[in-house]
Design a protein around this ligand. Sequence first.
Ligand code: CA
Length: 224
Amino acid sequence: MSNKLVLLIEDEESIASFVAMFLRKEGFEVDMATDGASGLKLASQHSPQVIILDLMLPDMDGFEVCRRIRHDSDVPIIMLTARDAATDKVVGLELGADDYVTKPFDPRELVARVKSVLRRAQMSAQAAEAGPLSAGEVVLDPDRHEVSVGGEPVQVTAKEFDLLHYLMLNRGLALSRQQLLEHVWGYDFLGDTRTVDVHINQVRKKLGEAGEIETVWGVGYKLK
Ligand code: CA
């Protein structure tokens, strides 16, 4: 198995071949599927390191594909969404997608996002050696990739895990949205800070009262 396999699920031939060309030029191997069912099949058969998922597919929508992948995999997912479809982005992120790129996009930007999610995945693998962290009742174990509250396991997506991990490592410090984007998403350019807010809300919901993530007005967030 290659250590840099990207699965591209996109039915528009011209976009798919264009994106695949850019990815291959950067040294990635690319698997391509033109509908949700074959995408899911390739995802489970070939275990790609990253999945690029279009929301508009002929057989089932990308949300359903995302939901099914997340059922048994943490693989980073980057969604391709239509311009201005803000709700699509939010729903996708809530379903566990890691990031999105809005059509029409510059393939170089998409390649940069792919590299970012891979870099993040590698960093969390390294952090796994450091041992569990705790903040009040919340315990995060990077080694087992588990979060618990008061001893009860909590299901979080890969990105929610990374976000909480970064907040815990910097407990008590106010972290700006841009800083969180850089460290948790690996962006080295100005990203969409809405992504941070959506993930923070998800983490808050999942941790309940125990996760004391404060909004720092005009700055960003901090874990008490
Ligand atoms: Ca499509």
